[in-house]
Write a protein that binds this ligand. Structure first.
Ligand code: NDP
Length: 397
């Protein structure tokens, strides 16, 4: 019996539920719980499997979570709600004896700032409880860490330079929309950039550095240096890394809208008083922007995400590029969601599968690169995210 509880019924939760339902041999009982139960019911209807249970839960409330965990008794929780809920869900897992997996690190609601320290602080408690917590198991973070672990295991004696490159060359035919939760997305990209070099973190202005990088089957795209959470764990787990950076593509139209949104104060997370009501401008903006879950139908093109690595093997320098391209339309046809939700939800399902098969079962709190990458890489090929390798090519970086 392997019971899984999915928390969150957004774009990513929808994909996780579809993929979990494709593996009844691993996930023998499934429940989807979220703030709005009707959204969970709609997912079950779309999948067409009435055995999947649903529930309403406020994941900010530890007691409510514990009650739900004690009644359904899942072996593992896949947390695909928002980063704000990571700590309450981890706390409830400890109280109810449930294993944990998420796709994004904790972020306080009132501060646009994310780092692993809050979740790493739970390591001893998970160890003592004999429970496993797997952090950051989407695509990036997630597959980006598994790719790095695979490169370190099979292709390098020493990884020295790591660049994670994330391109969305899709077109959803909207003037402006974000591909996942707009509030989380805009908070992430309007922050200062940051990268690691020679033992130090270097801070940049938001989107200060950019360069054209060539993506397979797509061509050159302007790519911007951002801070991304997996850099923190990867430089810790691979101390030979001299430089680690993260790049993401943005089109000019997107950046112009973003600049206007910021200039008129709509990206602010400071509450304001409007007609006697307190509102947070960014949360209001989310309410009027297109829902990322509705982008799939008209979405064309592909995402391309990978790791470009330079280092040493058998005394010689080598380069290695490992990547996946994902078609938005293929993702939509399979799950009703676009490629960004798909590339996040598939790895989350695979991570839970790794745990339930006993392959990634180790009491404590871990980032994905700390486990054996091989069985995970095999499952990526079987579950819609095949990967490709280029040896000794020009990394452009
Ligand atoms: P959505 O906003 O579409 O979905 C979030 C879901 O969580 C909604 O169903 C929402 O409920 C629910 N939720 C929010 N707050 C609570 C709460 N307090 N209690 C219960 N449920 C709650 O987001 P996405 O699906 O786009 O993203 C999900 C997660 O995936 C995010 O953490 C995001 O950062 C992460 N992500 C990770 C990526 C990676 O590659 N690692 C890439 C993309 C996203 P309601 O419907 O009622 O609002």
């Amino acid at each position: 019996m392997s019971k899984v509880l999915i928390i969150g019924a957004g774009g990513v939760g929808t994909v996780v539920a579809h993929k979990v339902a494709q593996h009844p041999e691993v996930f023998t009982e499934v429940m989807i719980a979220s703030r709005t139960q009707s959204k969970c019911d709609a997912i079950v209807k779309a999948i067409g499997n009435p055995n999947i249970k649903t529930a309403k839960v406020d994941a900010d409330n530890v007691d409510e979570l514990v009650t739900l965990f004690n009644s359904f008794k899942p072996e593992i929780v896949i947390n695909v709600a928002l980063p704000y809920q990571d700590l309450t869900i981890m706390e409830a897992c400890l109280k109810a004896g449930v294993n944990y997996l998420d796709t994004a690190n904790y972020e306080p609601k009132d501060e646009a700032h994310f780092e692993y320290s809050w979740q790493w602080a739970y390591k001893k408690r998970f160890e003592e409880a004999g429970l496993t917590a797997i952090l950051g198991c989407g695509f990036d973070p997630g597959v980006s860490g598994v790719y790095t672990a695979y490169a370190a295991k099979h292709h390098f004696d020493e990884i020295q330079y790591l660049d994670i490159v994330d391109c969305n060359a899709g077109n959803h035919h909207k003037a402006f929309a974000t591909n996942f939760n707009p509030e989380i997305n805009i908070r992430e990209i309007t922050q200062n950039g940051r990268y690691y070099e020679n033992g130090q973190w270097i801070t940049t202005q938001p989107l200060e550095f950019h360069k054209a990088l060539t993506y397979p089957n797509i061509g050159p795209r302007d790519s911007y240096l951002l801070y991304h959470e997996e850099l923190e764990s990867l430089v810790k787990n691979y101390p030979t890394i001299k430089r680690a950076r993260f790049w993401m593509t943005f089109g000019q139209e997107y950046l112009t809208h973003l600049r206007v949104i910021q200039n008129i104060g709509m990206a602010s997370i400071e509450p304001i008083n409007y007609n006697g009501m307190e509102i947070v401008p960014l949360q209001f903006l989310k309410a009027v922007l297109p829902n990322p879950q509705d982008l799939g139908e008209n979405y064309e093109g592909e995402t391309s995400i990978g790791c470009r690595i330079r280092g040493i093997k058998d005394g010689k320098e080598r380069t290695y590029y490992v990547y996946n391209n994902c078609s938005h339309q293929a993702a939509y046809q399979e799950t009703g969601m676009q490629g960004v939700s798909y590339t996040t939800g598939v790895p989350a399902m695979i991570g839970a599968m790794m745990y339930l098969k006993g392959l990634w079962k180790r009491p404590g709190v871990w980032n994905v690169e700390e486990f054996d990458p091989d069985p995970f890489m095999d499952e990526l090929n079987k579950n819609g995210l095949p990967w490709h390798e280029v040896f000794d090519g020009d990394l452009e970086l």
